[in-house]
Design a protein around this ligand. Structure first.
Ligand SMILES: *Cc1c(COP(=O)(O)O)cnc(C)c1O
Length: 423
């Protein structure tokens, strides 16, 4: 099946007489006839459901759709994108581990790695993702366990050279984890370019209607944990908290997701609610149609903004002449996403005056919504970062992040025009 068809049909395939729409299993628990039946589940000897903190069918079918879209072997849902990135990394890192991450990542992930995981004794080196392979190699250490980046960075909308990062990761015997939130599998499937694990904030385009907070992790099944057994004892040595199971041995390609579900989800409990998984599945059904329209609208607006005297600069990778145009043509040939970054002349004050003058577009701490929204990271999402950290993350103080929705582009342009006229 092509991606468009998978959006509608992967994950849940009703048989004769079953509901057409994905059912919501609104139940914390499941009933069993014998204690032996139940025991087999707890021993991971049989597959089945017993408690929604670990697994729920609505979640699993939705995760299976996302895994199918990404071309992975298994997937899982989490309660947020933050939880997805934390689980994806913590599943293979422990105190004393080290991560190499692009510095141009989402502010929340930057904090997760640079502050919270650091407190857990997991060190991170942030790198400039445009550096050469030779330069980037210097960031690796014997205790490096993962490489992390975003297909399209939030909020700077630069494009990761996934093949370069996959080569580097694999040369150093570690997996590449790519946050594919902005591109979605409709526009890029990082596994096809060598990424091992893909994460999502499903809060964004996958939901697309600003109704749900959630996350997802997909494993390609391609990384050979046993070949690097000394680095990943959590996957390659017995788990005492699970009757001595060796995940990578017992579950092979499914070992990584099985461990994340049966161990991390069990202990940390960041499950997505089945109701939210239902909303997510609904969003996924139209993802391919929406992504096309988001990109089409964003390109029209990018072209409009580029032509305005009052606009200082604009970044949108689908715009000819953009620094990342070539990279986008390679990794995102059908369009990147609906988000663009730009600045108006006159710095912070002009930016605020401009934003406050908009009538149709709203200021919101969100992106990837059906309705156009925008914000000013230096005064909103990234306000915890120092100016130096802002610069390191490539976020200019005057940067406005515009998330172009599904409205008629002419109406959006008219709104931008009247607000530009006010500065
Ligand atoms: C929003 C976002 C996250 C965090 O996701 P939440 O669902 O808000 O927890 C992570 N990565 C990227 C790229 C994001 O845009």
């Amino acid at each position: 099946m092509n991606v468009e068809t998978k959006c509608l049909h992967a994950g849940y395939e009703p048989t004769n007489g079953e509901p057409r729409q994905l059912p919501i299993y609104q139940s914390t628990t499941w009933k069993y006839d014998s204690s032996d039946d139940m025991g087999k589940l707890f021993d991971l000897e049989a597959a089945g459901y017993f408690y929604t903190r670990l697994q729920n069918p609505t979640n699993d079918m939705t995760a299976a759709k996302i895994a199918a879209l990404e071309g992975g072997v298994a997937g899982m849902l989490t309660s947020s994108g933050q939880a997805a990135n934390f689980f994806a990394l913590f599943n293979i890192c422990e105190t004393g581990s080290h991560i190499v991450a692009s510095s141009a990542i989402y502010g929340g992930t930057y904090n997760l790695l640079g502050v919270t995981m650091k407190k857990m004794g997991i060190d991170v080196t942030f790198v400039d993702q445009t550096l050469s392979e030779e330069e980037l190699q210097k960031a690796f250490r014997p205790n490096t366990r993962a490489v992390f980046g975003e297909t399209i960075t939030n909020p700077t909308v630069t494009v990761l050279d996934i093949e370069k990062f996959a080569r580097l990761a694999h040369k150093n015997g570690v997996p590449l984890i790519v946050d594919n939130t902005f591109a979605t599998p409709v526009n890029c499937r990082p596994i096809e370019f060598g990424a091992d694990i893909v994460t999502h904030s499903t809060t964004k385009y996958m939901d697309g209607h600003a109704v749900h907070v959630g996350g997802a992790i997909v494993d390609s099944g391609n990384f050979d944990w046993m070949a690097h057994a000394d680095k990943y004892p959590g996957l390659t040595t017995p788990d005492d908290s699970y009757h001595g199971i060796v995940y990578a041995e017992k579950f092979g390609k499914l070992g990584y997701i099985t461990k994340a579900t049966s161990q991390l989800m069990r202990d940390l409990g960041s499950i997505q609610s089945p109701q939210h998984a239902f909303y997510l599945n609904n969003g996924l059904e139209s993802l391919h149609v929406r992504m096309n329209r988001h990109c089409e609208n964003a390109l029209k607006i990018a072209r409009f903004l580029k032509a305005q005297d009052k606009v200082a600069w604009i970044h949108y990778p689908d715009l000819e002449g953009d620094d990342y145009y070539e990279m986008a043509q390679k990794y995102l040939p059908n369009g990147s996403c609906g988000v663009l970054a730009f600045a108006v002349k006159g710095g912070r004050d002009a930016a605020i005056k401009f934003m406050d003058s908009l009538k149709l577009m709203i200021i919101a701490t969100h992106v990837a919504d059906a309705r156009t929204c925008l914000l000013h990271p230096a005064s909103h999402t990234h306000r915890q970062l120092t100016d130096e950290q802002l610069r390191e993350a490539g976020v200019a103080p005057d940067l406005i992040r515009l998330s172009v929705g599904l409205e008629n582009a002419d109406d959006l342009i008219a709104d931008l025009q009247q607000a530009l006229d006010k500065i």
